[in-house]
Design a protein around this ligand. Structure first.
Ligand code: S3P
Length: 426
C-alpha cells in the first residue's frame, strides 16, 4: 500500500489509541502459562500480537473474543506445533516465546519474515542454552528443544527487555533461582505483571531482578492501556503543528517507557500528564499535548535510551525542527531493530532536506531546517512508516510512503487517526 501525506493544519481532538504492544504480547503469553482462564480487555490486534496469539494457539491456547473482552483458556498440556511457529515481523514474539518454550519437553521451530530473520537471536539462545535448553540457530529459524531447566545468574550484554523477559519466562519453571543484571533499566512490564500475579520476583537492586524457582500463577483480568509508543507520533506532531491540542487517553505511563516525556520537556514542548488508575501493576494516564514554539535541541544517551528506544525515529523528526544540535548516542540497538533505524532515518530525513550526521551508535541533527516531501520506502518497518508520515505532515509538498501497510504491525488505525485529528471524517 502507498499513502500520500500532505502538510497538515492544526491537529485537535481526543484519541484512545490502540493498546500497548509489549503488554498485549505478555498478557497473551502469561494467560497461556497460567493455571486458570484470563480476561484481557482491549488487546492490541496489530499483526505482531496476532503472531504471538497464533503461535500460542498452535500449542493449545484457546481464546474467544467478545467485542473488546477476550477470554483466554490456558494451555494445560503443551502440544508440539505441527508446523514452524511463524513470528512474522515480531522480535518480541520470537524472543519471549523462546523463553516460554525452553522448559517444555517438546520441539518447536520459530521462523519470521525477512526483517526478523536478519535480527540477532544469539542474545537469547545463549542464556537459554546455559539454562539447559537446546537451541539451534543464532538467527531464525530457531529450533528449540525444551528441557528441565536450571536457573542462572546472567548479565545481559545489552539493555533489552526482550532478552530479560525471555530469561525470566524460562526461569519460571527452572529448578533454582534466576537472576538477571542489566546494563541500563529496560522496560519492566514482565516483572510488574509477574509481581501482580503473585509470582516471587524481586528487584534486588535497581539493575537486578531475582526470580524464585518453580513459580505458578492463576489467570488474571487486565485492561491493556494505550501504547505510549503510538502516542509518540501524535505528541511530536501536536508539538510541531501550530494550533494543535490533542488529548490521548488511558496511555500506559510505566516510568521505564516515559523517556519521551522527558525529552519533550527538554525540548520545551507542552505536554501535561493526568494520572489514571493502575492496570496489573502498570500506571496509566491521559497525555495532553499542545503546539509549542522555539523548540530546543535535546540529548538522548545512557539510561534514557531504553526508556524511549522505539520513539527515536519520530524524535529525530522533532529534532529537525529544534533550534540547535540534537545528539543521540548509545543507541546502537537501533541498528538491529525492524530495520537499521539509524541509517534509514538519517537517509530519509536528509532526502527531505534535514541536516543529519550518523555515528556508530546514533546521530547528530542540526535544526531547524524546512522539510520537503519525498518518497520513503517503509518496507518491513512500521515505525519508519509512521515517523515519516509525521515528517510529511510538517513538510511542504507531498510525501509518499511506500509499503505504508507496515503500520498494521503495531498501529492498524494510524492513517484513520491522522485524518480524524485533522477534522476529516473517517
Ligand atoms: C520490547 C522491547 C524493546 C522494544 C520492542 C518491544 C518488548 O526491544 O524495542 O519494540 O516488548 O520487550 P529490546 O528490549 O530488544 O530493546
Amino acid at each position: 500500500m502507498r499513502v500520500e501525506v500532505q502538510a497538515a493544519g492544526p491537529l485537535r481532538g481526543e484519541l484512545r489509541l490502540p493498546s500497548d504492544k509489549s503488554l498485549t504480547h505478555r498478557a497473551f503469553m502469561l494467560a497461556a502459562a497460567a493455571r486458570s482462564s484470563s480476561e484481557v480487555l482491549h488487546p492490541l490486534t496489530g499483526a505482531d500480537c496476532l503472531s504471538t496469539l497464533q503461535c500460542l494457539n498452535a500449542m493449545g491456547l484457546r481464546h474467544r473474543a467478545d467485542g473488546p473482552v477476550w477470554t483466554l483458556l490456558p494451555v494445560n498440556e503443551w502440544m508440539a506445533p505441527q508446523r514452524p511457529l511463524d513470528c512474522g515481523n515480531s522480535g518480541t514474539t520470537m524472543r519471549l516465546l523462546s523463553g516460554l518454550l525452553a522448559s517444555r519437553p517438546m520441539e518447536a521451530t520459530l521462523v519470521g519474515d525477512a526483517s526478523l530473520s536478519r535480527r540477532p537471536m544469539k542474545r537469547i539462545a545463549e542464556p537459554l542454552r546455559l539454562m539447559g535448553a537446546t537451541v539451534e540457530g543464532d538467527t531464525a529459524p530457531l529450533r528449540i528443544s525444551g528441557r528441565d531447566l536450571v536457573g542462572i545468574e546472567y548479565t545481559l550484554p545489552v539493555a533489552s527487555a526482550q532478552i530479560k523477559s525471555c530469561v525470566l519466562l524460562a526461569g519460571l519453571r527452572a529448578s533454582t533461582p534466576t537472576t538477571v543484571h542489566e546494563p541500563h533499566p529496560s522496560r519492566d512490564h514482565t516483572e510488574r505483571m509477574l509481581t501482580a500475579l503473585g509470582v516471587q520476583i524481586q528487584r534486588v537492586s535497581p539493575l537486578t531482578s531475582k526470580l524464585e524457582p518453580f513459580q505458578v500463577f492463576e489467570g488474571f483480568r487486565m485492561k491493556i492501556p494505550a501504547d505510549i509508543s503510538s502516542a509518540a507520533f501524535w505528541m511530536v506532531a501536536g508539538a510541531l503543528i501550530p494550533g494543535s491540542e490533542i488529548r490521548l487517553t488511558e496511555v500506559g505511563t510505566n516510568p521505564t517507557r516515559t523517556g519521551i516525556l522527558e525529552v519533550l520537556q527538554q525540548a520545551g514542548a507542552q505536554v501535561e500528564h493526568e494520572p489514571g488508575p493502575e492496570e496489573l501493576g502498570e500506571p496509566t494516564g491521559d497525555l495532553i499535548v499542545r503546539s509549542s514554539k522555539d523548540l530546543r535541541p535535546f540529548t538522548i544517551s545512557g539510561d534514557l535510551v531504553p526508556r524511549l528506544i522505539d520513539e527515536i525515529p519520530v524524535l529525530a523528526v522533532l529534532a529537525t525542527q529544534c533550534h540547535g544540535e540534537t545528539v543521540i548516542r548509545d543507541a546502537g540497538e537501533l541498528r538491529v531493530k525492524e530495520s537499521d533505524r539509524i541509517q534509514v532515518v538519517a537517509d530519509g530525513l536528509r532526502n527531505m532536506g534535514a541536516q543529519v550526521e550518523t555515528t556508530g551508535d546514533g546521530m547528530v541533527i542540526s535544526g531547524p531546517t524546512p522539510l520537503t516531501g519525498t518518497a520513503i520506502d517503509a518496507e518491513g518497518d512500521h515505525r519508519i512508516a509512521m515517523a515519516f508520515s509525521i515528517a510529511g505532515m510538517i513538510a511542504t509538498g507531498s510525501t509518499t510512503i511506500e509499503h505504508a501497510d507496515s503500520v498494521l504491525t503495531s498501529y492498524p488505525t494510524f492513517f484513520e487517526d491522522m485524518k480524524s485529528l485533522q477534522g476529516v471524517p473517517r
